[in-house]
Design a protein around this ligand. Structure first.
Ligand code: HEM
Ligand code: HEM
Length: 175
């Protein structure tokens, strides 16, 4: 056991798994034209994008349940008020976006949502303008999430290389 506060191993698994899934979901839409000839015959790029997006939403709900049960360790220095406020606000908005982005992805379509070819969730009937508004929400909130993640990662690296404390290790090391 290390002598600094740490996230539980379940929280670490969820955190790093979400990173892998988010990168994958972004790569799928960013390189859809390049990927399509390779995946085209077998799987649909958007089916994968949507299915893994729904998986991220599910994992985020589970993550909130885990936090409610286990709490979060206090890893930031107590006297750095601004750092604490910035870090917690960014994490809070990341959580909101991890729900808004996939939900708006679902709501922007008039066709039923096929999850991994296994589950079919019927679409909600709305006027065209509403679909368009959710489409816009999906795009804007996804890019906002990307920006916040860059700031979040920069913050973690700043702690590791500059302040040289144990914030990064609280999410990394084996218990
Ligand atoms: C956390 C999960 C998700 C992320 C980060 C994400 C991110 C993105 C991004 C960055 C784009 C490209 C936007 C553009 O430049 O036009 C996109 C497009 C799209 N997303 Fe998602 N998405 C997620 C989940 C979902 C879900 C759950 C669905 C559907 C159920 C979905 C459906 C779509 C569709 C249909 C497009 C294409 C829109 C177009 O062609 O303009 N996404 N998504
Ligand atoms: C290289 C990528 C990443 C690094 C180095 C990193 C690092 C960290 C560290 C060190 C913490 C603990 C800091 C604290 O409690 O103040 C943390 C917490 C957190 N990170 Fe990341 N992170 C990365 C990617 C991501 C991604 C992709 C997401 C979301 C999609 C994310 C969302 C969160 C959230 C919500 C927390 C709050 C703790 C929790 O509820 O699990 N991080 N991250």
């Amino acid at each position: 056991m290390q002598n600094y506060p740490q996230y539980s191993s379940k929280q670490k698994w969820i955190h790093w798994l979400t990173l892998v899934l988010i990168v994958f979901v972004f790569l799928l839409v960013t390189f859809k034209v390049t990927l399509s000839p390779y995946l085209g015959g077998m799987v649909n790029v958007y089916l994968l994008h949507k299915s893994f997006g729904v998986l991220i939403l599910g994992i985020t709900f589970w993550r909130l349940v885990v936090i409610k049960r286990q709490g979060v360790p206090d890893v930031l220095p107590k006297h750095h008020k601004l750092q604490r406020i910035l870090s917690k606000s960014i994490q809070g908005v990341i959580y909101l976006l991890l729900m808004i982005v996939p939900l708006s992805g679902y709501l922007m379509s008039s066709r039923s949502l096929n999850v991994f070819g296994i589950i079919s969730i019927p679409a909600i009937d709305m006027p065209n303008e509403a679909y368009q508004a959710f489409h816009q929400t999906h795009t804007v909130s996804a890019y906002f999430l990307a920006v916040l993640l860059i700031v979040h990662i920069a913050g973690a690296l700043f702690h590791y290389f500059w302040i040289k404390d144990k914030v990064l290790q609280s999410m990394l090391s084996r218990n």
